[in-house]
Design a protein around this ligand. Structure first.
Ligand code: CS2
Ligand code: MG
Length: 403
């Protein structure tokens, strides 16, 4: 069985920062994994380069589960976004290698296709409700069946999800964190009007989603969920910071608006109670931040027992490698819900050639053996890393708050 001969970490910034792990076997077969952690990229690069790669050399590339357990249990210091993103990158790369050696696309190794395509949702945003809804119409004209609506908040200079100019939204925008101002009161007043306009202009044959981005208290989330019930959202995402899983009981008591949580989760332990008590409807954990394909399958299997469906995070700070791996996972997993799809910049697409594609509201990973994605190292080398932080939020009285 082929052994791992070498591995390297590639940090590059084609349109934005990405961290990529490339593992090569003694037979010259290589696999790639995404290790990007937005705003903390170099921490994961060091964890991989200084602490993980030395332990990989000489191991059998096919022993994915054993290597996963070795890196998780063997670290002693378990869990956390840095550790689990590093493990995820190794896991993705080894599944890529296994698929290439088997001559099969990854989804075939995960049980084969459970559906014809992966339904995706796009980001329709605007500084005004009219702009956001018009963007939603434009995406529906491209065939999207699901649209996330985010709009500016009257009285606030900026808000999550809404770009400042005509450039696509990129939150990691400064060498030292930008400080944004936030007002829950102003925000709560603006959201129902956004979805009233959404349903009025876009109709009922489209799924509408919204991301509250961790900014409410449980009772505020209950109120917003109730305010949005007439508009039948597909989901309300990240209503509250989710460290306190039991706080979702309070939200559930007040609203039937479906809840989606988990893009910041990195192990099954972060969402065990949420799933077992059916406090959420979609789990957003991703292949890059939650330990790779191997661990995400465990999370999805637990979720399946409790009617919770997947809704993997898919913003542009997850590389095309993560998108490719997610699409293979989504195609096979039985309790698939939806996949987030923010299109990467052309420069990013150049550095990460891939076989996945979009058509009519659905995506497909393609049938190339492995993940069907790679990194063009020569192109990547032209775009050196540039430190970029996510913003921080302060309330109008200066209190440091959730971004
Ligand atoms: C957002 C992300 O896509 C989403 O649902 O929550 O854009 C998130 O803000 C970024 O991935 C953070 O890096
Ligand atoms: Mg989100």
């Amino acid at each position: 069985m082929p052994k791992i001969r070498s591995a390297k970490v590639i940090v590059a910034s084609p349109a934005r920062n990405f961290v990529t792990l490339k593992i090569e076997t003694e037979d010259g077969v290589h696999g790639v994994g995404d290790a990007t952690l937005n705003g903390r990229e170099l921490a994961v690069a060091s964890y991989l380069g200084d602490h993980v790669i030395p332990c990989l050399i000489g191991r059998e590339a096919h022993r994915i589960e054993d290597i996963w357990q070795y890196l998780y249990r063997g670290a002693y210091w378990r869990r956390g976004p840095v550790t689990m993103s590093a493990i995820a990158a190794v896991d993705m790369a080894l599944w890529d290698i296994k698929g290439k050696i088997a001559g099969l696309p990854l989804y075939q190794l995960l049980g084969g296709a459970s559906r014809d395509g992966v339904m995706v949702y796009c980001h329709a945003n605007g500084t005004t409700i009219e702009e956001a809804v018009a963007a939603g119409r434009a995406y529906m004209d491209q065939g999207y069946k699901a649209v996330r609506l985010q709009a500016g908040v009257p009285g606030l200079k900026s808000t999550y999800g809404v770009p400042k100019g005509k450039q696509p939204y990129e939150p990691a925008d400064a060498d030292i964190p930008t400080e944004n101002l936030w007002s829950t009161e102003k925000y709560m007043r603006s959201v129902p009007a956004l979805f009233e306009a959404g349903r009025d202009k876009l109709g009922w044959d489209v799924h509408l989603l919204h991301d509250a981005h961790h900014r409410l208290t449980p009772i505020e989330a209950g109120r917003l969920g109730k305010d949005l019930e007439p508009f039948r959202l597909f989901w309300l995402e990240d209503p509250v910071p989710a460290e306190n899983q039991e706080s979702f009981r309070l939200i559930r008591r007040h609203t039937t608006t479906p809840l989606a949580v988990g893009e910041v989760f990195n192990t099954i332990w972060d969402c065990k109670q949420l799933i077992e008590e059916q406090l959420i409807d979609y789990i957003r954990a991703t292949v890059v931040h939650a330990g790779g394909i191997t661990h995400l399958r465990r999370i999805a299997s637990l979720a399946d027992l409790y009617n919770v469906r997947t809704g993997c995070h898919g913003a542009t700070d997850l590389s095309p490698i993560a998108m490719a791996a997610a699409l293979h996972f989504n195609l096979a997993v039985p309790n698939f819900g939806i996949q987030e799809h923010m299109s990467h910049a052309p420069l990013t697409e150049t550095v990460f050639p891939h076989t996945y594609s979009y058509a009519g509201g659905y995506m497909h990973p393609g049938d190339k053996p492995g993940l069907g994605v790679d990194i063009d190292e020569a192109e990547a080398a032209k775009h050196p890393y540039k430190r970029a932080y996510l913003p921080v939020n302060r309330l109008e009285d200066g209190t440091l708050y959730n971004w």
